[in-house]
Ligand binder design. Sequence first.
Ligand SMILES: O=C(O)CCC(=O)C(=O)O
Length: 262
Amino acid sequence: MQQLELLTSSSHQFPGSQSSLENQETVDIIHGSQYTEDHISETGQLDLFTLPHQQSSGPQPSPENQEAVDVIHGLQYIENYINEADHRWFLGRIDKQQWLGDLKRRVQHYGFKYDYRARRVNRDMHIGELPQWLGVLVYKLEKEGYMPEGTDQVIVNEYQPGQGISSHIDCEPCFKDTIISLSLGSDCIMNFTNKFDKTKKIPVWLAQRSLVVLSGEARHDWLHGIPARRWDEWEGQKYERQRRVSLTFRKVIIKNEKTPQK
Ligand SMILES: O=C(O)CCC(=O)C(=O)O
């Protein structure tokens, strides 16, 4: 595997930990995580745990999402979650994998396949462990407390300029409370619409390399979607979209196979 600087164990001190990387046992106890230092060392020198300072290639400074975060409980927005070098590495890694043409946009499914038409996922749809190159990101997310219920499914979405995703709430019986999306490649606007009052619509600027975390009301009471267009407009200024790739992290709820998940 290519040498990267994502998780150099020598340099990083986890918050609250004495050693740079805690041992496997501790990780499992705290997070129920299946990811180990072995997974991490495989990715060589990725730099996930140092603070990235590079700015987004979108508007500078990035639009404020403060209103959204204040109003939509359970919404978190974290800019510069990964640095430029790691961003390039993940895009390269993703493009080495096979894309699926299930939808208008290309997708990749890891951990569990998701049936978009039936809005269903079950034990039979398990397609294997998450690959190591995703495991390092999952490790970081879990370690930092963003995925408290664990993570066993990742979907990669590719949006060419002009493509989007219609407003929706992620299947509630299929996935646990926390859903995370990491944006790569392009900034874009994601709209949040209150399910009880559709006139309440709040845009959130998703800069490339940023993380958006949905839990609680943000996950269950607000629809999220990305308008299918080539430009986004913020405070009167137009921004051209580039190819965007997102990674969405979820934890599947495995129910009795007979129980419908709709
Ligand atoms: O592309 C994104 O950031 C969001 C994707 C999404 O909402 C989904 O896959 O359900």
